[in-house]
Design a protein around this ligand. Sequence first.
Ligand SMILES: [Mg+2]
Length: 368
Amino acid sequence: MKIDQVELRVVRLPFRSPFRTSFGEEHEKVAVLATVRADGLEGYGEGVMEVLPLYREESVAGALHLLRTALAPELLAVGFDHPADLIDRWACWRGNPMAKTTLELAVWDWYARREGVPLRTLLGGLRTEIPVGASLGMAALADTVANVGRHVEQGYRRVKLKIEPGWDVDLLRAVRAEFPRIELTVDANSAYTLEMLPTLQQIDEFDLHYIEQPLHWDDIADHAQLATHLRTPICLDESLTSPARVKAALDARACSVVNVKVGRVGGLEAVRRIHDLCVSRHVPMWCGGMLETGIGRAHNIHLATMPGFVYPGDTASASRTYHRDIVEQPLEAADGIMPVPAGAGIGVTLDRPFLDSVTESIEIIVPA
Ligand SMILES: [Mg+2]
């Protein structure tokens, strides 16, 4: 199959309210959107690179460079038989999973639309709805406790709190005092070191579902050591950048829960490989989030229908993050359940006037 055209678009979408984590405070989403066009159909993908490399090392500028000079020209020149083939073809360019995923997702969406099936069907996802949790940014203690209460009332299936040194034990004590039985997790986004073991061990008393990425953002070995000293299961996020890294982490017993973000691991075929590995080892998985626009969110909802995604993910209602989304379908959870958008592909259409109003740049790439 041949693709006629690749569009790369950068959009800038303001958050409803600032999102604070151990990285700092974020006020808006800058996203790279890829559109592939052929046979009168479009397919959409979204990259989760940030302007500056605060989460992993990729950046918007670096990803755009790789997309326009290597990935899109290769796709346009060679075409494809199945979207699952791209991950191995693009392995000649080292790393850069987020850049590769941006375009791979667009090809998957286009392919599913052409087949006339929902994307989830191509991934083996049978469910038409998924349970979701909410990830709460840092705020004052009383505000955080009230915010947990609001999300519990809205029916979210688990609540995740962002923590960092000095903002952990007291926070958890206050939340657990009010909500002793909710499914509660924490995400440290790499803010701790092994020297802080006594603090991390105090977290054991709060009966958390898991602690996410406590140590260095690229580490496996220290997490494996930490796991021998904690009762709380460790979930890795930042460190898991490919199917091979997930296997290495599981072999080392560095984690017993896996957070999957399609951009971080290099695309949907990589997710399928990780999924099958985790299922074969009985390791629970869940789908993380990067405050995506409706395109990335719809992709996340579809992939989270795969049977190995047994824990509630971060794919909460779009309206928690944005006043207005770039897709026409409201991606909203009710009572902690997110319906999968119906229809072919990822099941969303673009709100073009609004999309254009938040677009910073567009470039069109055609075959050489
Ligand atoms: Mg995380």
